[in-house]
Ligand binder design. Structure first.
Ligand code: SF4
Length: 275
């Protein structure tokens, strides 16, 4: 799921451009966790630098604002503390049904995921996080405004971890264009599926500090779990989400897709919810 993330940032492509990352040596040197199944990668040495101009735009702080010195100070602290991380594993798509897929022994029920994996023989399960370090730091801030800024900084850190994972997958597997799905983003694939993803990855808490609460939410909150898959047909959950006035929307809602791409009757589709 996208774990209640408020994407208070420019569009994803803008962010990629403004924060273009180049750290293959660190990524490739990251630890390899032995597994009886396939290799699990832990990305724990991800460089984190904030694009201050982009963050000011996101926070709607104008040049010359008297808040800038405070924000600068907060960013300095965050950059010292932050350890965004990700954990990812390549899994075989062992079987496909009408509305489910079996990933390495785990049966995931979702018609949309099933259709999205039509062309794929393998997929990648992952958890990415802004990290416990930033989450803990943010709770020490007494000022409410600073806590809000710290929230946004954690979202940037989470996005940094996601990008690092994508960069790793692209370099390691040369898999072409990738899309993602997150449990809980759409009703078709509920939050409870996070348990399957955590199980496929192994010791997520021990390796990157992310745990599941009883209600299947992740802690730290600024974390995301999901499946990454190679596809020529880009998928973004927002295409199937009718929510209005969402500042984080990354693609227009397209009601026709339910029937045309996924064979789901349109009238049964509007229970779909946000991450
Ligand atoms: S439009 Fe829907 S799926 Fe997209 S970010 Fe907003 S709530 Fe999430």
């Amino acid at each position: 799921m996208k774990a209640k993330i408020l994407y208070l940032r420019p569009s994803e492509s803008d962010w990629y451009n403004q924060n273009s990352l180049s750290f293959p040596s660190q990524i490739c040197a990251m630890s390899r966790v032995p597994s009886a199944r396939s290799e699990v990668k832990v990305l724990s040495q991800i460089p984190f630098r904030i694009n201050r101009e982009s963050l000011c735009q996101t926070l709607r702080l104008k040049p010359g604002s008297h808040y800038l010195a405070e924000l600068d100070h907060l960013i300095d602290q965050a950059e010292q503390v932050a350890k965004p991380k990700a954990m990812v594993r390549r899994v075989l798509i062992a079987e496909k049904g009408e509305n489910w897929v079996r990933l390495d022994g785990r049966r995931l029920v979702s018609r949309i995921l099933r259709v999205n994996l039509e062309e794929a023989t393998h997929a990648f399960v992952f958890v990415a996080t802004a990290g416990l370090e930033l989450a803990t730091w943010s709770t020490t801030l007494p000022d409410l405004l600073h806590r809000f800024w710290a929230d946004v900084i954690q979202e940037v850190a989470l996005e940094t971890a996601r990008q690092a994972m994508h960069q790793y997958l692209t370099q390691r597997f040369h898999c072409g264009p990738l899309s993602e799905m997150h449990p809980g983003s759409l009703d078709d694939w509920p939050l409870s599926a996070q348990e399957d993803l955590f199980s496929l990855l192994g010791d997520v808490k021990g390796k990157i500090g992310v745990s599941l609460t009883e209600s299947k939410l992740m802690y730290p909150v600024k974390s995301v779990s999901g499946v990454v898959f190679p596809t020529q047909t880009q998928f973004i959950s927002c295409q199937l989400c009718p929510r209005e006035k969402c500042r984080a929307r990354q693609a227009p809602f397209d009601a026709k897709l339910f029937q045309e791409r996924y064979g789901i009757p349109i009238q049964s589709s509007f229970g779909l919810t946000k991450p």
